[in-house]
Design a binder for this molecule. Sequence first.
Ligand code: ATP
Length: 406
Amino acid sequence: MAGGHIEINDLCKMFGDVVAVNHIDLVMESGGFFSMLGPSGCGKTTTLRMIAGFEEPTSGQVLLDGVDLSHTPPHKRPVNTVFQNYMIFPYLNVYENVAFGLRRQRCSRSDIGHRVGEALELVQLGELANRKPSQLSGGQQQRVALARALVLHPAVLLLDEPLGALDAKLRRQLQIELKALQQRVGITFVYVTHDQEEALTMSDQIAVMSHGVVEQVGTPREVYDEPTTEFVADFLGISNIIAADAEPAPGGGARLRVGEFTLVAKAGETGSRGAVKCVVRPERVRLEPYDSGGENRVPAIVEQLVYLGSATRVVVHLATGQTLQSLIQSDAGPLPYEQGTAVQVYLPADAMRVLRPTGQGVTERSRALSVNRRMARRWSLAPYRSRRSKGPHSDQSTGGSSERPR
Ligand code: ATP
């Protein structure tokens, strides 16, 4: 078993009166790529720093492979952190930067040579071992920082917006590389970002955070296609949010009253009654000729067309008063609309998702996690027991980590 299984229980951090992290529960699977995604100030870095040991929790626990890390100082935790500003030594060349941690651990010269060579190959910097950081591009410097962390064979790699300082094109390239690297080394990556595209591209699981709480945890597809709260729907991609009055529909789903129109929603909190918000993604909003009829169709006027290359974004103003966006792929051919065209907007019932109010997204997930947690604890104790004779997580950051499977 690879190890690197993290469990966060009821974790809380206060800075004076500021509640940075507000009773969160998370399970990060061993060998997975887990991202914490949210706007500035939502508490993701503070959570990461509590896993690293740079911040002490006000209450709650961080368990690694079943072991409570509360009393383990940062340098004794089997985790390494890669920061946005690289933190590599300008006066050491690439090789020596990567070798630095191993030298502190008093590894043998041959072990250092072997492990540094391996780490540099992993990040494709084998050819540049003799260069100083000032002779490297931003992307190459970030790879040095990655190699320096990976060479210590941590159970968990923590990454705090590591691509934040790079330009958009390089970021995209490194996102793909980073994901491939994580799959090759098979260790748990915990990644902090405010960039939804980055999180969606790389992660196995994403925790979407807001104001110190976890709004939703799920796979990229789940959080994008099946957002549970208005915050998640709004934060991930362009969302069309519709305010409505709900009641259960006789044939299943929710019947939504929107102005003078009645729509049916078949996804999300369809048992809701009263004032609700509903989301429909732009790629599911279909534009039809004005004279087409049927369920879930609302007349509208095309307000704006924005050509995006691979698709066109069409902004429509509905007869209900709302403005929605429809995304139409360019391979559909030239669009038969222009500004002012009257159309019917078809909102398929299975694409209409009734949301929970923001801030309540975590409730059911927490319940599910508490069940998961009991199961996770059962299996995660096994590696702990097998390592206990050597001392659990014994001095991984400073030298005892070479036994950890890669
Ligand atoms: P960013 O993306 O901007 O880094 P974040 O989501 O990582 O934001 P945190 O850095 O975790 O957010 O901060 C969460 C909250 O805690 C913010 O309101 C921040 O101002 C506050 N905070 C963080 N560190 C401290 C500190 N040392 N003292 C006081 N308040 C702090």
